[in-house]
Design a protein around this ligand. Structure first.
Ligand code: CTP
Length: 421
């Protein structure tokens, strides 16, 4: 663990909002008038706040008020032109540590539950990888309606958005019941708790690999595989959001706020991983490394006129995980992956032991629509101490969050004093 980060970590644990970027979404209900106070409280707690208003929210609160409270430009339109080729709101969605929508109307919940993005706020929610928190506020009958309850269940259980429950009381229209937006104090406390619990990998050095290696045949051709890199990138994003110092070694080019080392071949990946390994607390090896490469690479493009058949002679690549499993220290954790087309449990167990891993994540590549290239996967997770879990189909980001929890548990276990009999 990097000792230099300790004092920074301490101040962050005392005030989890310090230096965090919060997108404050405001939708069009009467409780929107409270958004100005909320923005001010978040900013005074040290957060960098960017407000995003739906068109209806502007009927209740003005962009000028929110701009004054956040001290930042307020975003209202999907189509505003800010002179940048990359729209600023997508950049904001990417760099946000948390998206907080207060108030969240019944209409907004319905849109989010169905992936509708017909305004700036809903578009940003789809574009972000940050935790989304919603503080619903509406008439009690609207909240009780099965459609709203169904939408809340989808948002909470399927998308893992955090709902800050509304309170019981007299609502603006004079009705009594559940539907009042949670108090600003409750919202502040929930945001603080989420940001501090979300940084539980704070100060950990995480090395993640992603994508499939390409082994050149000649200047234009290569041997590749179907890996999209999505699992590794989801893992790196999840760990980064929880405060880990992430380094991603990837065959896929991505623009991220953490270091990304772009590689192509198994040899390049080996070199990058070996260089970084000593400094890491955990290695998560999601990459699909080619097991074989052509013995020789033609300097010139191989011409089809040269012969009817060509024979490619292949030789074995180094097994990066196997090599690192042999040299890993007791305080390091290695998570490997196993892509199998048969006998998943048997092969994954064998790789877990042979490569001296702490955890292996296995998936059956014959199941259609998941795994390679998909945003979802279904996996088994086996641990060296005999643990076994089956995760049914879910987004790769949700699998990554689960792996972060596993890492957390293992880091804690490594630090607890051993009981001697
Ligand atoms: N791996 C590696 N270096 C290789 C091959 C694989 O580091 N040359 C890593 C992968 O990143 C993955 C794990 O080993 O975390 C298992 O990869 P997989 O392709 O499932 O298994 P292999 O060990 O290559 O065995 P096989 O292809 O025979 O199933």
């Amino acid at each position: 663990m990097n000792k230099n980060r300790t004092s920074e970590s301490n101040s962050e644990s005392l005030n989890p909002l310090q230096h965090r970027t919060i997108l404050l979404g405001v939708s069009g209900g009467i409780a929107a008038y409270k958004a100005c106070d909320l923005a001010s409280m978040l900013r005074r707690a040290g957060a960098e706040v960017h407000a995003v208003l739906t068109p209806n929210a502007k009927e209740f609160v003005t962009p000028l008020s929110l701009m004054t409270m956040t001290r930042n430009t307020v975003h209202c339109s999907q189509f505003s032109f800010d002179g940048q080729w990359r729209p600023e709101h997508i950049e904001l969605a990417k760099k946000a540590d948390l998206v907080l929508i207060a108030p969240a109307t019944a209409d907004l919940l319905a849109k989010l539950a169905n992936g509708i993005c017909d305004d700036l706020l809903t578009t940003m929610v789809l574009a972000t990888r940050a935790q989304v928190m919603l503080a619903p506020a509406m008439n009690p009958q609207m909240l009780e309606h099965p459609a709203t309850q169904n939408n809340l269940a989808i948002l909470q259980n399927r998308y893992r958005y955090e709902i800050i429950p509304s309170e019981i009381g007299e609502v603006a229209c004079g009705d009594w019941g559940a539907g009042k937006m949670a108090s600003l104090e409750t919202i502040m406390a929930t945001v603080g708790a989420r940001l501090s619990s979300h940084r539980t990998l704070n100060g950990r050095q995480l090395l993640v690999t992603a994508g499939g290696t390409r082994e050149p045949i000649d200047p234009v051709r290569f041997i590749g595989n179907r890996s999209s890199g999505k699992m590794g990138i989801a893992m790196a994003d999840a760990a980064h959001a929880r405060g880990a110092d992430v380094t991603l070694v990837s065959t896929v080019e991505v623009d991220r706020p953490y270091p990304v080392i772009l590689v192509e071949t198994a040899f390049e990946m080996q070199e990058a991983v070996e260089t970084e390994f000593d400094n890491c607390d955990a290695l998560v090896m999601t990459a699909a490394v080619a097991d074989f490469r052509p013995i020789s690479v033609s300097e010139q493009k191989i011409k089809k006129t040269e012969s009817e058949d060509i024979v490619l002679e292949l030789t074995k690549n180094p097994d990066i995980l196997d090599l690192l499993g042999r040299v890993k220290r007791k305080d390091q954790i290695i998570i490997g992956f196993a892509a199998e087309s048969e006998a998943l449990f048997t092969h994954a167990t064998e790789k877990l032991r042979r490569k001296n891993l702490d955890v292996i994540v296995g998936n059956d590549i014959t199941v259609p629509d998941i795994g390679f290239g998909s945003d979802d996967n279904a996996v088994i997770i086996l641990t060296v101490d005999g643990g076994r879990e089956n995760l049914s189909r879910m987004p790769k980001r949700a699998i990554a969050e689960h792996l972060c929890d596993i890492l957390l548990g293992r880091f804690t276990a490594l630090e607890s004093p051993k009981v001697t009999k």
